[in-house]
Design a protein around this ligand. Structure first.
Ligand code: C5P
Length: 285
């Protein structure tokens, strides 16, 4: 069984103050993008989930979210799993969370467990903040730690241009700096934007209203990233935002031509960028 496991971007990400459970409340509009890892699943005998991966540095033991997902679904089943990575790690694109969610869906089908969405969502929430989103996608409002997911219309903007800096950010470190900077207000959690109106905005209108509360702490940890954003905004004449806790930056366009022009202009300055369909439908087979 082959499953495509897409990346996400946070179009909008508001973060509240640190809560007693050690996490921060979130309010985020998340969309999938057409950048995928590929997960191949095969049944096996025994009770081991054997994982292989083409990218060095990916943990293959019981700490991997794919293995944890399988063990939480049924500790007595076995599988052989091959993971081909395209999504950068430490990039704020939710690659590990996506792999966990699509492995859950794949194991559930391959082992004929027939668990319902509710049960999968409970397991997903224990695996990580972004995992539940990928069970719903492709365009959803996520609240709580991220585990309360409410699908909404796809944005009118059709393409995301992703800019991949050659550095990875640590999510816990960005949240720690967020706390040190005494950022986060509950107002941002409770006063929700008019999401339906936002889904109808052009790319340029939407970029004007989008916020990512993790940009300030990420740019404080890594000033080069903030400078790169400012410079590239001038080069391409469009607003650029950061996804999640970074390091990936993005802009949005209404059509493929504009996206390809932005990619070309960014590459001419020596940075790595590519255009992807925004809120692409989720892949499986
Ligand atoms: O859930 P996930 O693995 O993405 O979270 C990584 C880390 O980011 C957490 O251990 C926590 O330090 C921080 N985090 C947080 N509040 C959230 C999500 C993540 O403080 N809502």
């Amino acid at each position: 069984m082959r499953i495509l496991s897409p990346a996400k971007i946070n179009l909008h990400l508001r973060v509240g103050p640190l809560a007693a459970d050690g996490f921060h409340p979130l309010l985020s509009w998340m969309c999938t993008v057409g950048l995928h890892d590929t997960i191949d699943l095969e049944p096996a005998s025994g009770d081991e989930i054997k994982l292989s991966c083409d990218r060095p540095g990916v943990p293959l033991d019981a700490t991997n979210l794919i293995v944890r997902a399988g063990k939480m679904l049924d500790p007595l089943r076995a599988a052989e799993v091959n993971l081909k990575k395209q999504i950068p790690m430490g990039g704020g694109l939710g690659g590990g969370s996506s792999n966990a969610a699509f492995a859950l869906i794949g194991f559930n089908r391959m082992w004929n467990l027939n668990l319902l969405q509710n049960r999968l969502s409970q397991i997903a929430a224990q695996l990580g903040s972004d995992v539940t989103f990928f069970l719903h996608g492709p365009s959803s409002i996520c609240a709580g730690r991220g585990e309360h997911v409410r699908p909404i219309d796809k944005p009118r903007a059709k393409f995301a241009v992703l800019i991949f800096p050659k550095l990875s950010m640590s999510t816990p470190a960005v949240y720690r700096r967020f706390d040190e900077m005494k950022l986060g207000s509950m107002d941002a959690m409770t006063s929700e934007p008019a999401w339906n109106a936002w889904t109808e905005m052009s790319a340029k209108e939407l970029l004007e209203v989008l916020i990512n509360d993790l940009e300030a702490p990420a740019f404080s940890i890594c000033p080069d990233l903030g400078e790169m954003r400012s410079r590239l905004q001038k080069t391409i004449g469009r607003i650029i935002r950061m996804s999640g806790s970074g390091s990936t930056l993005f802009t949005l366009t209404d059509n493929r031509n504009e996206a390809e022009r932005a990619v070309k202009e960014i590459r001419q300055t020596g940075f790595n960028a590519d255009a992807f369909e925004l809120a692409a439908d989720l892949g499986g087979s």
